[in-house]
Write a protein that binds this ligand. Structure first.
Ligand code: GRG
Length: 272
């Protein structure tokens, strides 16, 4: 199965499970539930949860182990996008070709939908029959997306808008704003697959590489960031070198990492 088929196959499973986790619109706060569903089911590519599943498989786990954390990372991704679109941040009226959450539901509801998605994600990891290594997942995820992670990347990105950034600062922002959630998604999968230290480290190394590649390609597609700063050709060259190094760190998993390897190639060649 190639990367495209792999993503398609597991996107369906992820969507079915997300549908179960999300509240049905009901009661006084139905608008909140509608806003949560509106953004989660608006044709995201589901890259992060698919990476969670592939990392879990690489570590010897199965879909049942990975599906909870996979949904959790997609809910977190959705929360970041809703908040990023707000007037106080990127001020974007559209997301994935549809009205952004605050345009559709109003700012207060959009903020709260993001908050509710974020908190639901953490609940999934430890609720009912908790995920394997659920407590460690909570800690890792909080670290990756919190004050030293995604939120920090976003703060520094906003504070430096319009400035010409050196490579270190650009890397600081991108590794946090984009890379950290990708690393976390992979590590959630590895933990769900009960990875030992060596494998967890290999997954982290792989994630750091492809996380940065994801942002560089995003910049190449948008003509921003890396592409603007170093030129499109150089940006692509850098992405290819990072992808090669990331793929090499999968050696420890042998054949079980084939889906991860194919996803790395797919992400470095993506056109949307
Ligand atoms: C609100 C704490 C907080 C942070 C927001 C992630 C983020 C920080 C902002 C989003 C801005 C952005 C476009 C970041 C780059 C990450 C990125 C390329 C997101 C889009 O990911 P895709 O292409 O999205 O996987 P889909 O739509 O497919 O889900």
């Amino acid at each position: 199965m190639g990367a495209v088929e792999y993503i398609k196959k597991y996107s369906k499973v992820i969507d079915d499970k997300l549908n179960k986790y999300l509240p049905r619109p009901s009661g006084y706060a139905a608008v909140l539930h509608r806003a949560m569903r509106y953004s989660v089911f608006s044709k995201g590519k589901r890259i992060r949860p698919v990476l969670t599943i592939a990392a879990c498989q690489a570590c010897g786990g199965n879909l049942r182990d990975a599906i909870g954390p996979a949904c959790a990372v997609e809910l977190i991704h959705t929360y970041t996008l809703i908040h990023d679109d707000l007037p106080a941040m990127d001020n974007s009226d559209y997301r994935r070709g549809k009205l952004s959450s605050h345009k559709k539901f109003g700012q207060a509801n959009a903020i709260l939908a993001g908050d509710a998605l974020l908190t639901l994600a953490f609940k999934i990891l430890v609720d009912g029959k908790p995920c394997r290594n659920g407590v460690q997942m909570v800690k890792e995820l909080a670290d990756y997306i919190g004050y030293a992670g995604t939120a920090a990347g976003q703060v520094v990105d906003m504070a430096t808008k319009g400035r010409k950034l050196d490579k270190n600062l650009l890397e600081y922002i991108n590794s946090r704003k984009t890379g950290h959630l990708i690393v976390a998604s992979l590590k959630m999968g590895a933990l769900a697959g009960n990875a030992d230290k060596k494998r967890l480290y290999a997954i982290e190394k792989f994630g750091k590489g492809i996380g940065l590649v994801f942002q560089i390609i995003d910049d190449v597609l948008d003509g921003e960031g890396y592409a603007e700063r170093f030129g499109k050709r150089n940006a692509i060259k850098q992405a290819n070198a990072l992808t090669k190094r990331a793929r090499a760190s999968l050696a420890v998993f042998g054949d079980k990492a084939r889906p991860l390897d194919e996803l790395a190639v797919f992400l470095s060649n993506r056109t949307k």
